[in-house]
Structures are given as structure tokens and as C-alpha cells.
Design a protein around this ligand. Sequence first.
Ligand code: OGA
Ligand code: NI
Length: 218
Amino acid sequence: MSAAGIRGKVRLSKAKPDHDRCFLSPFESLSLSLNGFFLRDDFLGQAVCSRVRSEVVRKVNSQSLRQAGIGREQKVDTSIRGDQFCWMEKSEAGPGIRELMSHLELLRKSINREFYLGLDRFEMQLAHFAPGSGGYKKHLDAFKGRNPRNRRLTTIYYLNRGWQHGDGGELSIDLKGQDVFIEPVADRLVVFFAEQLEHAVLPNQKSRLALTSWFHSP
Ligand code: OGA
Ligand code: NI
């Protein structure tokens, strides 16, 4: 390598890291553009993940969740959708969930930069599938095709420590007719284009917790 090349390298490594720009790895960007999704393990690290989990468990135990419905009328049909949910507001969130929200902010900026989506906000929902629930049948998180009110990007952060094969509750994503199964293990983040990918949650044997966020553009 030429001296100029080496000097260039040194200068680069001394540069202040631009976290917004580095947030997506090249592999994640590629997977998002080719497949419409990617997943990242160890998203927040064990300590922060445990904190998020205890905040979420406290919320579930406070009886503030309600049975999820489907469609515009939010009709309850547990054979289609079996979770209980509540919205998470930043103003009421504990330090763990606020940390998750600030990481999702970095993700938002980074995806905007690479994919020109103009995402400007997200809303977060806590979902709890009690043991023995029937999961959530195949669906799209957005209206079909472009719609100004659409959710454009979905992220799901899982909180299930010690998840084992047989516990169920896998996320199944339909990738061009082929289902890909994703285990809902603690500290895993799944990211996908909400208008593109149909997905389902398989029935679960053990309690299943997740924080789902939907990103919008104006
Ligand atoms: C949803 C959903 C998937 C999951 O809430 O719309 O599809 O893995 N959740 O929790
Ligand atoms: Ni969904």
C-alpha cells in the first residue's frame, strides 16, 4: 500500500465515528434492499435488555393491556390474533425503554439516509401472547400498496429469555412464497418493510413478549 494510502487509513481511524451513518452494517443494508428485512442479535446488550424486560413485565402485571382486535373496527377474534397489547409513550417509559427508543431513532435516521424513506416518527406497542395463544395469522402491517397513512417500516424487539425450540411463537415471514421462521429470542431486533412483507406469529406454549414499532413518513 502506498504511503498516502496508509496515511489515509490513519486519518480515517482517528475520525470521530458518525454513529448515524454506521448504524446499519453493509450486510444489513443489503438484506433490507434485497429481501425487505434484516435481523440483529444483541441489539442493546444483556444489561439493557434485562432492564427493558423488567419494565415490560411490570406493565403487563399492572393489568393495563387489552385484547388486540383486527381491522378498522378492532374486532376481537382470538383465532386470528391472540395477543394483549398497549401503546408505549416516551413520557411514561422507564430508562430501558427510553434507551431502546433512542436506538430506534438512530436506526430511523440511518435508514432514511440509505433508503430515502423520509421516516419522521414511530409508535411503539407492547404485545403479550399468553401461553397457549393461537398467535397471529398471516397479515400485512400496512394497507396494500402506497397509502399516505401507511406504516412503512416495522421493527420488533423480542424479550424472551431462555426461549427454546418447542416454545413456539416464531415470527414467520413470507419471502416471495417461502416462509422464513425467526425465533423470538431476547435482545433480537427484526426490521422489515411494512408494505412489502406478509408475516404471522405461530402459536406459543410459553409467555411471549415483544415491543413492536411502526415508522411513518409524512
Ligand atoms: C404485529 C406483528 C409480530 C411479532 O404486531 O403486527 O406481526 O413477532 N407482530 O410479534
Ligand atoms: Ni404484523
